[in-house]
Ligand binder design. Sequence first.
Ligand code: SF4
Length: 414
Amino acid sequence: MGKNECPNLHPQSMCPAFGGLRVLTRIEGATVCLVGDQGCLYGLTFVSHFYAARRSIVAPELMNVQISGGTMIDDVRATIKKIAEDPAVTFIPVVSTCVAETAGIAEELLPEKVGNAVVQLVRLPAFQIKSHPEAKDVAASALLGRFADFDGPKREKSLLVVGEIFPVDAMAIGGVLQRIGVQSVIAVPAADLEDYAEAGKVQACALLHPFYERTASLLEEKGVRIVSGNPVGAGAIAGWIERIGEALELDVETVRKVAAEEKEKAAEVIGKFGNLSGKVIVAGYEGNELPVVRLLLEAGLEVPYASTSIARTALGEEDHRLLSMLGTEIRYRKYLEEDMRAVLEYEPDLVIGTTSLDSFAKERGIPAIYYTNNISSRPVFFAAGAGTVLGMVAGLLGRKDVFRKMKEYFTTLP
Ligand code: SF4
C-alpha cells in the first residue's frame, strides 16, 4: 500500500448493537430479546458472552420466511412472553438491529410490561448509529428516559457520573468527589435499574466521554447541569474538579485546594517520565482516545495523528481544539485505510491502535498494541492513571529495537 493509494473501505467500530448490549446485559434481572437476523444473533451472542456481561441473549427465529411473511411482530411478542415466564426476569430490553424490518419494528405493538418484567425497545441499527460507543449513549439515554425520576425533589450536592470506566478509576473519582463535598454519586451505566431511577434526582452530571450526546440533551432538558471532560492529565484534572465544584456550588476554597493537590500529584508523576520522547499514533475505536492523547502530549511525546470511531461532538470540543493547536491531526469516523496512511506518513515509534492497524504496523517493525485491551482496561484518571499509562508507553518505546530485530529475523528467513 502506497501513501496515496487504497480508498477508504473499512470503517472501524464493533457492531453498534454490541455497545448497547454492554449497557443492557449488565443490568440485574435483565434478559435481552434480540430482534435481528441470524447473522446478528450469532455474532452478538458471541460478543455478549466474551465482552459484555457473560449473559445469553434470547431471540425469535427470524429467517426470511418470518421477516417477509408478516409474523415477525407475533414472534417477537411470543418470545417476550416466554422470557417473562422466568420470575427472576424483571427487565426485557428488546434490541432491534440492522435489517430494515426489524429496525422499524412498531413500538406500540410491544407490551410495556409482561408479568414481572418491564419491556423497553432500544433501536440499534448500524446504518443509523455508526459506532458501538454511540450505541452505549442510545441505550443509557433510553433507560434514563424511561426510568429516571425527574419529577421528585433533587438530592443536595448530588452528581451523576456517566461513562464506562475501570474500577480503580471509579474509586479514585469517588474519593476526590467526597473530599470536595459531593454528598451522593450515582454511576451510569449501572447494574441496577434503581440507579437509573435515582439518576433523575441529581443536580449535575459529569459526562466522562464525549459521545454521550443524547444523554446530555435529555438531562439538560430536565434541568441537570452538565460537566464535560475528564480528569486525565494534570491540567485537565484541576479544571474538571473545579467545574464540578461550580456546578454543585460546593465550598470554593475546599474545591480549589483539592484541585491544586490532585493537579500537583499528577504533574509530579508526569514529571518522573521527563525523558520520554518519541512519536505515537493513537487510533482506537472506543470514543475516549483524545484524553489519552492529551496525556501523552503533556508527557512530552509527539502525537501527530489520532483517530476514533465516533463523530466530532460539542462535548469533546475542548480536547479537539487543544490537540489541534498542539499539532495532532484528528480523524473522526475513521477508516482503517486512513490510519494505515498515517502510519506510512508519520513513521511512528509506537502505535496504540485497532488489531488490524497493529498488524499493519508490526509488519513494518513498529511496536503496536491494541487500544481497547491496553487503555480501556487500566486506570487513566488522576495521578495513578497517568503513571500507569505512561509507564506502559515508556516500556513499549524502550522495546522498539526488539520489534525491529523481529522484523529483520522474519524478512531474512529463507
Ligand atoms: S447486521 Fe448490523 S446489527 Fe447485525 S451484526 Fe451487522 S452491524 Fe451488527
